[in-house]
Every structure is written in C-alpha cells, then in structure tokens.
Design a protein around this ligand. Structure first.
Ligand code: 13P
Length: 248
C-alpha cells in the first residue's frame, strides 16, 4: 500500500480568520498524503494557501448542471481545485436524506469530473449489536459498485466510519477497526476490485492519542478526521502518526 492518507473533514466550521489561523499551524509532511475537506465558500481561500496538501469538498450534487437550486456540481469542485470529495457521510445520510442510491449517483458524478470520491460506509450501534456490520457495509458498497463498476471502485477511497464513533469520543479500538477494514478489503477482492490498491480510511473520534495504534493496523490506510482536524496541533500530531506508520 502507498503511503497513508489523512483527510480533515471540517464539517460546518470555519471563518476566513479561523481558517487562516488553522492552516497557519499546518505544514505538509513528507511521507504522508494530507487533505482538507472544507465548506464550499472557503474552497477558494483554502485552495490558495495550501501547499503540499490536497483540497476537498464535503458533498457534491449528483447533477451536472441545470435547474437544481443550491446544488454544487463535481465539475465546479474540480474547476476550483478540489481533488477529493466526501460522499455518503453518515451525517448526510441521517440528517439530509441521502441513501445508498443517491450516494451511488454522487460517486458517479465525482468520478465523471475526475475527483477522487471518499465513500463513507459504516454501521449504527444497533446494527453492530445485532451482528450486522459487514451486512450493512456490503449493502452500502454494493450500491456504489452497481453505479460505478469495479473499474470505478479502483478510483475511490473508502472511509469506514462507524456511526457510533463519530463525534462521540468513543473511537473503535484498533482491533475493531482492523477487523472491519479487513472485511471491507475482502469484500473488494471478492468483487474483483484491486483490493490492495484501494485505500481504506478509518474515521470516528480519531485523536492524537489513538491515531498511532489505529494507523499501525495493516488494513488502516489513513484517517478521516473531524473535530481534531480543527486544531492544528492535533491534526499535525495525527498526520505524524500516519507518517510514522506509512507504507503499511
Ligand atoms: P470526529 O473525528 O469528530 O469523530 O468525526 C469523524 C468524522 O465524521 C469524519 O468525517
């Protein structure tokens, strides 16, 4: 596997001044790929001051152009310098009505524009307790595969984000994450995708003090970081942990 990828998901946070201050404390590190996914209005600002880090958005329209008030197309994101876009984040699924079908369509749109979709999958606590983790994730991945095929899958990044770990301070343990990541890689291989080449990120309460253990796992290829990506020192510590465990 290539070096690890650490992506900050700023969610609905930031201001011109706060972004400047945050990015002022971040430097690109050699040996780890870094990116930040920021709110739409700040793409230009952040894009203009990033060096050695990639730019991304947090969602994208399934449509290319037309009468879709409020939507932002993948082509627009590409034009303003995005490399990545998050699709299917659980917050979008639970709060904004996205489902496996719309996530599939958004993934198509991202690939069409040459963006790398970061496809989020993960189970709720109830689903975990019912022993349905891989069943749920398999359904989420299948919906995407049906839209983009195996060829398309090879151009994605997968993010395993257990819903119960997002913003709760209760991250999956390194072993729990590894078990699911290995399951996702198995699923990819079984469906004919180049499983070893597809990065699988872990997201959900990654902090400076648990990043090292998570990134040491053989199937954890990096992280998708929410809250801790808003604090430069924490984000940098997480990126350093990924660098130290690179190539794994
Ligand atoms: P937290 O790191 O704040 O738990 O958020 C994770 C997440 O949702 C990243 O997309």
């Amino acid at each position: 596997m290539a070096q690890k990828l650490v992506v900050g998901n700023w969610k609905l946070n930031g201001s011109l001044a706060a972004n400047d201050a945050l990015l002022g404390g971040c430097v690109a590190l050699v040996g780890v790929d870094m990116a930040v996914c920021v709110p739409f209005p700040y793409l230009a600002q952040v894009g203009s001051c990033l060096t050695g880090m990639a730019l991304g958005a947090q969602t994208v329209s399934e449509f290319q152009s037309g009468a879709y008030t409020g939507e932002v197309s993948a082509e627009m994101l590409a034009e303003v310098g995005c490399r990545y876009v998050i699709v299917g984040h659980s917050e979008r699924r639970t709060l904004f009505g996205e489902n496996n079908v719309t996530v599939g369509r958004k993934t198509v749109a991202a690939l069409r524009a040459g963006l790398v979709p970061i496809v989020c999958v993960g189970e709720s606590l109830a689903e975990r307790e019912a022993g349905q983790v891989m069943e749920v994730i398999g359904r989420q991945l299948d919906a995407v595969r049906e839209c983009i095929g195996v060829q398309g899958l090879s151009r994605t990044v997968i993010a395993y984000e257990p819903v119960w770990a997002i913003g709760t301070g209760r991250a999956a343990s390194a072993d729990e994450a590894q078990e699911v990541h290995a399951g996702i890689r198995r699923w990819l291989a079984e469906h004919g995708a180049p499983a070893e080449e597809i990065r699988i990120l872990y997201g959900g309460s990654v902090k400076a003090d648990n990043a090292e253990a998570l990134f040491a796992m053989p199937d954890v290829d990096g992280g998708l970081i929410g809250g801790a990506s808003l604090v430069a020192r924490d984000f940098m510590a997480i990126c350093q942990a990924a660098m130290a465990n690179g190539g794994g």
